[in-house]
Write a protein that binds this ligand. Sequence first.
Ligand SMILES: Nc1ncnc2c1ncn2[C@@H]1O[C@H](COP(=O)(O)OP(=O)(O)OP(=O)(O)O)[C@@H](O)[C@H]1O
Length: 292
Amino acid sequence: MSPSRHTGGDEPVAAVRCTGLHYAFGSTKAVDGVDLEVEPGEVFGLLGPNGAGKTTTIRAITTLLPVPPGVVGVFGHDAARQRMAVRRLLGYVPQQLSADGSLTGEENVALFARVFDVPRRERAARVAQALDAVGLASAAHRMAATYSGGMVRRLELAQALVSAPRLLILDEPTIGLDPIARDSVWDRITEIRTGTGMTVLVTTHSMEEADQRCDRLALMHRGRIRALGTPAELKAGLTAHRREAGEAEPPPPSLEDVFRHFSGSGLDEPGPDERGEFSDVRRTRRTASRVG
Ligand SMILES: Nc1ncnc2c1ncn2[C@@H]1O[C@H](COP(=O)(O)OP(=O)(O)OP(=O)(O)O)[C@@H](O)[C@H]1O
């Protein structure tokens, strides 16, 4: 259960609110009118096929892409007018690797502590705390280049956590990891979220992770949100749809069935920009091979 959406006054303050978010790269409409509300304390998953617009949505929320005023809010701060206030509330783990292999785990996290303005006298303790929270205390003095893929992902989590963010944004945090490393990354995320009440916004291609780890999901396709709800609600919605379509006793759908229903056949349908989709795959593979 997520904590109350009310923070003090009567006005509900969403952790993230997008209202009519559009973003285009040239003629490619990457995000085409997204309305989205993430509640404080929930783990919210953004799903969708390659090129659906998930990363672009996330980059708009993190203020890395410019948006007009009034379109993106983070805990009531406007991403266009109050960029720095928004950035101070966020921890962001991008798809691309952000850890430096030639530094130790501790040095990597300390670098983020400086960049995110953690007060000097608190830095050492906060770096140690962040490394401990992700289970890397004993590897803190090893070069990150010697870490396994799962350890690197947890190190990046520590980098994002060192500023004690209220909103943690993770773009495919478990890509390229084996099932044990995946569970370990997710177990850390879950523990930290339970301990701090932090909100988590995550993109993933894993239906299993989405089903088991997320409170609510939005399914994106071609720049738009096609379905929104808890995993159970999404599955129940597909069952109802199948009944309406004439199936007397449809088998219980999986989340993957829901994904396929809303994303079409995916591979067979041309995307908004084939060239872009190819580069997405190439980028994803590159990231996966560097992490793995
Ligand atoms: N920097 C860019 N320049 C041009 N087009 C881009 C750029 N970034 C994304 N796009 C295009 O915008 C669309 C949405 O891309 P986006 O990366 O947001 O999708 P995604 O859902 O995150 O995909 P993936 O699951 O592969 O990460 C795609 O058609 C992509 O090719």
